[in-house]
Design a protein around this ligand. Structure first.
Ligand SMILES: C[C@H](CCC(=O)NCCS(=O)(=O)O)[C@H]1CC[C@H]2[C@@H]3[C@H](O)C[C@@H]4C[C@H](O)CC[C@]4(C)[C@H]3C[C@H](O)[C@]12C
Length: 324
């Protein structure tokens, strides 16, 4: 399971939890403007916007999970098993493979509106990267500082939903996830008021009772509601420290602790990393399951006119600051 979200204070922030039982040796990867992007069925991009994000580098190619470009457009892929349906090559479409989708979008576009137009003639085709990296069943959240969309390639075709919540988890499809929020419209950050019966007395005996009924389990439908409630009610200062902290708190509200979700005997899904990119400054912050200290990589400290990828292995061990 995974959760992606965006958040705006003075700057715009975008990130995700990556929840899985193993890692693909991902690194924070900067792709500079002149790294030649080849596409299996579409024209190459010899020059393009620079990109920073989390990726596995395979045969010199950055397989991005989530990323932001130098214009602030951001995008993350989240698991979408049984629903993702990629198509055979179509003569009248720009055919992009799922593993090329992030580079192709972030390489060229600056806004969600531009992406929406491009998606009208794009198809996600069923071509895998290699035998060791088969197709992943994904759907995507794409955000700029004013809007988010969700993109799902399903049996009926490519669906593009406006996503005013700015949150994405996994199954079911986005239309069902957002419809489900109707069932929670009574939740509140304020103390509850009595509507039950005038004939009974009630006691608001605890803080937080206005949100009784907010799901706390780790299913993706529940994480969608929990993350949406936490994000939509979020209050923070607008400094970098306050904004990042609030963003990691939003992701923390749906993080997975080892032991709570067993995916096969003795194997547990955990939040491998949480990311928070300041999309205006191009700084990618992250924490890992065992390292709660925030680490960061600033894309503008790299040679963005270069041709070579820059990869930063994750700092995974706990960084404890002893004070005496
Ligand atoms: C599994 C990851 C998503 C995490 C998630 O949503 N887990 C929930 C599981 S579930 O719903 O509860 O079953 C996804 C996100 C990005 C994916 C990776 C990226 O797409 C990049 C490449 C793409 C290649 O085709 C496969 C390897 C891969 C390196 C992918 C492996 C895996 O599918 C990743 C890491």
């Amino acid at each position: 399971m995974c959760t992606g979200a965006n958040y705006t204070t003075r700057d715009h922030y975008f990130g995700r939890n990556l929840d899985l039982e193993f890692s693909y040796n991902e690194t924070v990867t900067v792709t500079p403007r002149n790294f030649p992007f080849e596409f299996r069925k579409a024209d190459p991009l010899p020059t393009h916007h620079a990109i920073i994000g989390m990726a596995t580098i395979a045969d010199g190619y950055p397989l991005y999970y989530d990323a932001t470009n130098e214009k602030g457009l951001s995008m993350a892929g989240l698991n979408f098993p049984e629903n993702a349906d990629y198509k055979p090559e179509a003569a009248d479409k720009t055919n992009i493979t799922p593993f090329e989708f992030i580079p192709w979008i972030l390489g060229q576009f600056e806004t969600v509106d531009e992406v929406k137009t491009a998606l009208q003639t794009m198809s996600l085709v069923d071509i895998s990267f290699s035998e060791s990296f088969p197709l992943s069943p994904l759907h995507w959240i794409i955000s700029d500082r004013t809007a988010s969309i969700t993109v799902e390639s399903v049996k009926e075709g490519l669906k593009v939903y406006d996503n005013p919540i700015g949150v994405l988890t996994n199954n079911p499809t986005f239309d069902i996830q957002s419809f489900n929020l109707n069932n929670f419209m009574h939740l509140s950050k304020n103390p509850p008021e009595k509507h039950f019966s005038d004939a009974l007395e009630f006691d608001v005996y605890s803080r937080g009772m206005g949100a009784i009924g907010l799901p706390g389990d780790l299913s993706s439908a529940s994480r969608f509601v929990k993350a949406a409630f936490t994000k939509m009610n979020s209050v923070s200062g607008d400094s970098e420290s306050e904004s990042i902290s609030q963003f990691f708190q939003i992701l923390g509200s749906v993080a997975q602790q080892r032991g709570c979700v067993e995916v096969s005997p003795g194997k547990f899904e955990i939040t491998i990393y949480s990311s928070c990119c300041n999309t205006d400054k191009g700084i990618y912050y992250y924490t890992t399951y065992e390292n709660s200290q925030v680490s960061g990589v600033d894309m503008h400290k790299e040679d963005l006119d270069g041709k070579e990828l820059a990869a930063y292995p994750l700092i995974k061990g706990q960084q404890i600051h002893l004070q005496n």
